[in-house]
Design a protein around this ligand. Sequence first.
Ligand code: E4P
Length: 223
Amino acid sequence: MKYFIDTANLADIQKAYKVGILSGVTTNPSLVAKEGVKFEDRIAEILQAVPKVESVSAEVTPDALTAEEMIAQANELIKINNYDKNITIKLPMTLDGLEACRYLSDKGVKTNVTLIFTVNQALLAARAGATYVSPFLGRLDDISEDGVQLVSKVAEVFRIHNLEAQIIAASVRHPDHVTRVAMAGAHIATIPFSVIEQIAKHPLTDQGIEKFAADWKKSKFEL
Ligand code: E4P
């Protein structure tokens, strides 16, 4: 499973990229609004900050409701950073979103269909040519449904039908989500920086480092 970071915060993106574990970035209108920056400017900054990733998702704005409006916005977005191949157009899971997805995918543009809450929606998105489909775990858990089970079912259906769309487990809230979606067959988990920090840590790792340091200090060896 690959890791994407789910944020529009440039500092967090830079920190995760520097570690060398990032394969992509996802943003959404709420995440960009939180940063208080101009949408196109932030997407351009992100694309420049992470040149070696496979995908940077830029979502069409919520006022683009028809396929035509979404395609018009997508055409503006892909001009950013000279038609950078990594830019991925994130589209809502609606019939218009699917129509835009088919159009863009036929033109060779990467797409990410977002706000997926059922297997049927994931299958529709894959058949519309989506490069990525994004089931939202946390929001399903919030309404007492099982987000990880959805990822597992989507992975199974994609396997049975040989579908190439990659599953991005989204709305990931904690380390256990990350482990369980990896086991459920997600190709990617998109996670906030706070969760990246959490999954790198374990109290026994910290204790081990402290013990090694203390023992080393006691010894007379030097490097
Ligand atoms: C995914 O691409 C979305 O940006 C994101 O994961 C949504 O997460 P949330 O439910 O925590 O807002």
